[in-house]
Ligand binder design. Sequence first.
Ligand code: ADP
Ligand code: MG
Length: 898
Amino acid sequence: MGQICLHEVIGVGSGRGGGGVQFEFGTMASYRNGRGTVKVDRVQPTGSSNLRASSSFKSKNSIVRRSNSSAGFEDSVSGRVRVAVRLRPQNAEEMVADADFADCVELQPEFKRLKLRKNNWDSDTYEFDEVLTESASQKRVYEVVAKPVVESVLDGYNGTVMAYGQTGTGKTFTLGRLGDEDTSARGIMVRAMEDILANISRDSDSVMISYLQLYMETIQDLLNPSNDNIAIVEDPKTGDVSVPAATLVDIRTHQDFMELLRLGEAHRVAANTKLNTESSRSHAILMVHIKRSVTDMESEITSENDHSIHMSRNSKPPVIRKGKLVVVDLAGSERVHKSGSEGHTLEEAKSINLSLSALGKCINALAENSPHVPVRDSKLTRLLKDSFGGTARTSLIVTVGPSPRHRAETSSTILFGQRAMKVENMLKIKEEFDYKSLCRKLETQIDKLIAENERQQKAFEDEIERTAIEAQQRISEAEINYTEALEREKMKCQMDYMESIKKLEEKWMHNQPKRVTNGFSNGNHSADGNNDHANEDVTELKIMLQKEISLRKRAEEEIHSLRNSQFCPTEADANADVVKLQNLLDEETRQKQKLEDEVLMLQSRLSQLSFGSGQSRYSQIDDRGNGETTSIANLHEHVGLQKILSLLESEDPNVRLHAVKVVANLAAEDTNQERIVEAGGLSSLLALLRSRSFDETICRIAAGAIANLAMNEANQELIMGQGGISLLAMTAADAEDPQTLRMVAGAIANLCGNDKLQTRLRSEGGIKALLGMVRSRHPDVLSQVARGVANFAKCESRTSSKGNKNNKSMLIEDGALPWIVQNANNDASIIRRHIELALCHLAQHEVNAKDMVSGGALWELVRISRDCSRDDIRALARRTLTSSQIFSSELRRLRVEI
Ligand code: ADP
Ligand code: MG
């Protein structure tokens, strides 16, 4: 049950201009559904039909009656059965037969009266709703009799148009003429269908027809002759009757309908031939079912005030109106006995007319308001239940002929019509909400929304996925950028850190109280330092001079006292002593003179002292100038090397000091070195270092002498052989004076340059000692340490390049790398240069690379390769960086371009 009957509105007539029954619309009509009452203010009568009736076939009563029914309120309007009488013109036979007689029927159409002549002087007068003369056109008959009914059907009422009359009086002429040859001859069926088709929508409305014949209480399907016994079905609830087994044909065009009418007529003829009967004995019933959608009501139904039942345009079901038009061409109403010639038995004749007589009885009962209407007596009355005394709008046309020979039949027909005029019907409109189509519509909408929702969902998910991927990409990019920035920052921090350390060291150095140094100097000494040393020398010489003077005075006093002495030894002894002393005195005087000269000379040179830089030779130790060197040379010549060396072991510290100075100065000369060593000088110098009574000045000068000797490759081996490294290391550990450390460092640095001695040098603590001396922080010391490191690294790289060394650098193993890295950018160019070279040498050997990377040496190499002022070192650093796999990959990782 897709459709639920929502309400029923009952009205009368068409409600259209130009006459017709006025529907009692235009006031408030109440609708009721399960939720409450919807008030509808109808301005227009129902329907969309544009038919305009010019009918005079008007309702005289248009009473609105309201009654309660099981479905709720029902609005009903009384609708009396309308009856028109039509007079057939005389036919040819009548013209001849009745020529001498007056017609028995006289019409007064202007008074809607019919006069039935009883005899020449008397007649009965009858009033009808419409009186149609023999000249009335088919068009007029349609408009007067059928058109109001058709309009009502289009508006949703049931309607009946029925013709009643004697055979041959024009029932079929009135209802069923097709008008093939003459358009004006078209009957009610054709014209009704034309009107219906002109007023419905082909898209939303439907017209279905069935065409039946009722003969001897059997219903035959004229559209399907094999269907020859159709049952009438009655709805037990509503009492509505229907013939569901009848063929229903959808009519789309007028041609469809005409073909069906022809087909039905052909089947009717065939059926009558088969049954040996005539069409005049059967009833033909055309049923037209119209279903219309009423879209223009939608806006009218919406109530703005009642929110509880507010229906939106989309959710409101469309209204459907169903109307049924029944056109009945009855069998001839003449009495049976007159038809006896047709060969039927009486029973047959009774059966033939059963339906018709039952109809007459029902009409009588209804006309008399009898409590019992024998509707169930025949199939015809059951089928026409709604047409008489029901809800349909019914028009009856009674047809009569003019012949006085059939006066009785005419009279009977007129009386039937008169009784039928008294039958009141209660017209009801049926409107239904088409929930089925609303449901379909909503389902379609839901499906569309579901599909749209799914599309949006998918689009949303895609968008989320895309955003997530994008975000991931951005995160990755940011991570890479961050890592790069971090690396750059780290590199910068390392550089800054090293720079700061250097600056701090420099500052620290600057703030250190200047130490008094001895007369040694090297290229890195400042002018002040040189002056200090020179002053020291002068002071020393002065002291020596003073000593000489006091010695001389003492000697003179001794001589004097001896001369005046009362106790005299033998004269010969005395003379010998005197001569001896005199000689000594003379000698001393010469020496004194000489020393005084030298003092003067030294003083004059004080202002022009300058020392060449970068000298690795430790010359002029306790130098007293060329004169001194000359004198030392002379002394050496006079006294003999052996004698001088022996003085190194003197008990007198002063003598030892002087002696060592002499030896040191001698050792500064290449020519002397070999001799000094041959004469055992090296051993003596080493012995001084070994001496327990540690005298730093002696140690310093001795170390300087050893350093000078260590310039000679042969001597280097000897120094090593005699445990020189341990002694130098010991001295380095004990010494405080930077100059002492400088000498020791210089000695070790020289030894570092010997390929053969490396392992031993290291094993005997040479490198540790060298590195230990950086504690001094004095640039002189540092530069010697740097030189030693560079020498050592150079030797290592030489041996490694020869392929006979696979181990890590001993420098690195002994922990030199941090200091090297720290000082790689030392402000003192000499230190920096040595260290830059050392780094380049270390980097030659791939086995060192990892330590160098982790120790920060890579950065220094990078810096060297970029900033070093010396082209060769810069090129060397660059070559080294590019040739090492470890360095290259590390630089690639850090995205550093070389
Ligand atoms: P019925 O169906 O009542 O038996 P018909 O319609 O067959 O009668 O009519 C009988 C004859 O009378 C037909 O030949 C028909 O053409 C003719 N006839 C009926 N009514 C008219 C009329 N109004 N004008 C002209 N001829 C008519
Ligand atoms: Mg007929």
